[in-house]
Design a protein around this ligand. Sequence first.
Ligand code: MRU
Length: 339
Amino acid sequence: MDVVPIAFRPPVVTILDQTRLPAAEVTRELRTMEDVEDAVRTLAIRGAPLLGIMGAAAMAIAAETLGSAPDVLTAAAHRIGTIRPTAVELATGAAGALRFALEMPERERPEALWEFAERYLSRRITEDRQLSAFGAALLPTGCAVLTHCNTGALATGGIGTALGVVRVAWEQGKLTRCYATETRPLLQGARLTAWELKRLGIPASLLPDTAAASLVASGRVQAVITGADRIAANGDSANKVGTYGLAAVAHRHGVPFYIAAPRSTIDPSCPSGDAIPIEFRDAREVGGWGDIRWAPDGIEAYNPAFDVTPAALIAGIITEAGVARPPYEQSLAALLEAP
Ligand code: MRU
């Protein structure tokens, strides 16, 4: 059975609560803006492309619960877009829904926003397949791939981005193994990617983040592929913290490092990675897990959720419209122009 991380049953959005995986497959109903804020902040729903879909669907919830007047919807789009700052699609998903809604009479807006969210999800499903085929074509037969965080169905609503590439390469008989980092501190790799890989029957090895450098140095992987939360115009790419280290190590050992992300992740308003806002999260996420604490109470922590990989370390950016290669200013701009 396919993983269904989000579904629309107006006036309710149902999500698979990703904080409960892999122990339990529990759905959660989002009915209010407060429900949305809590689910996004706690990572019950997460992953940049899926956050775009959530952003669009949250506008439908706003219209149902708060009203459809232009000032109300404009304030709602702003509120949604700022829940998590790094993944650009959360804000652009909501902003796109807002623009669409304002083009029609007020009474039609709630229903139209649900339809908008449905179409957004359908487009993601199609684009994931296209992107994954482009990515799989880059991989040599008999390869093993290292990935980071979770970029599968749980992160997009389709087959995924980096993990979609892994899946299609496996279906094509090209892939021998996927190595997945556990992805401290919230363990998206250990909890979510490992769960997806097992469901798909793809041979997989989970590794501590700290083992990634020696894995790449050992020659066991022929490519490193991750997703992205925001890609600057020059190709600098923000993704789950630790990605920069993987890219640097891959570069050191001549292993190609690829970003796989839909074009909606490209933010032309950010000239370089310096302009990408980085989300910092609570120190308690580093010092323990739930009620289990391994660090002393009150210890401060350095806990950025994302880091920025410089474009110079990226061999290619795989999108649904093709693969961008350096120099990225030109290639990304051309991809954004493409149909
Ligand atoms: O904090 P998260 O779990 O939302 O972070 C997710 C990532 O960093 C993913 O790699 C990225 O969003 C791409 S998902 C296709």
